[in-house]
Design a protein around this ligand. Structure first.
Ligand code: HEC
Ligand code: HEC
Length: 186
């Protein structure tokens, strides 16, 4: 065993390298976690656990309703889907209109698209449904396709049913008509 001392030295070198890598990793890891914590929650914003939950629309962590991260709150009642056939106004021209009817069990997958049964151009007259607009036939290069564009195939990506849910987050959005009439008043 002429090489024995050599092997011992090699072993020691490997161990030392591993230890250095471990310590460096620990340091880096903690450094990162620390900086995330700084970004995620400034010390002043920690929610006081005894306080009453702020009412809807007046808090930042609206989805948790002010409940500390270590506790599980009672689930809010589920919103009721409105099935009234009454269209809601759009807040701006390119807003996907909300769906004025229930869509329970309307299947959308690779083989079938229940929405298009009524909303495709070819069937719209039969069901008296508004046909999807021309944008739904355009690909991302603005070329018009013969059938619905793949990027508009999964309707629920953009269109949502109308519900009686209260807004979770406060919002002071004004539509363009409100802005224009205000500026006229001045
Ligand atoms: C059985 C036929 C039928 C099916 C299926 C159907 N719709 Fe409708 N949809 C209608 C009709 C009719 C209207 C017109 C308003 C009304 O009568 O409710 C309408 C209205 C709409 C509107 C409002 C358009 C506007 O200009 O305000 C949207 C958006 C919509 N549907 C999306 C969908 C989506 C998404 C699906 C699938 C999840 C779907 N619809 C499935 C018949 C249908
Ligand atoms: C990527 C988002 C997106 C997807 C996916 C999408 N839509 Fe739309 N849709 C819109 C937008 C935005 C508008 C309003 C502006 C416009 O007409 O392009 C609209 C408008 C509509 C309208 C009203 C048309 C009109 O002339 O007023 C209907 C009906 C509709 N969509 C149905 C559907 C159906 C059915 C599907 C699924 C096959 C679908 N949409 C998929 C974004 C989308």
């Amino acid at each position: 065993m002429r090489d024995k001392p050599l092997m011992v030295i090699a072993g020691v070198v490997v161990l030392v390298a591993a230890a250095v890598a471990f310590v460096a990793g620990e340091k880096l890891g903690h450094g990162k976690a620390g900086s995330h914590a700084m970004v995620g929650m400034p010390a002043s914003a920690a929610p006081p656990s005894t306080a009453e939950p702020a009412p809807h629309g007046q808090q930042i962590d609206a989805l948790r309703r002010g409940i500390p991260i270590s506790e599980e709150g009672p689930p809010p009642p589920m919103a009721r889907v409105e099935n009234t056939d009454i269209r809601r106004n759009r807040a701006y021209p390119m807003q996907p209109p909300t769906i004025p009817h229930a869509i329970d069990n309307y299947q959308i997958d690779r083989n079938s698209n229940r929405c298009l049964l009524c909303h495709a151009r070819a069937n719209a007259d039969k069901f008296q449904a508004p046909p999807v607009s021309v944008t739904h036939y355009m690909d991302r290069n603005d070329q018009f396709l013969a059938t619905i564009s793949p990027r508009r195939y999964f309707c629920n990506q953009c269109h949502v049913v109308q519900t009686d849910a209260k807004p979770l987050v406060a919002n002071t959005f004004k539509d363009i008509d409100a802005v224009l009439s205000e500026s006229k008043g001045n």
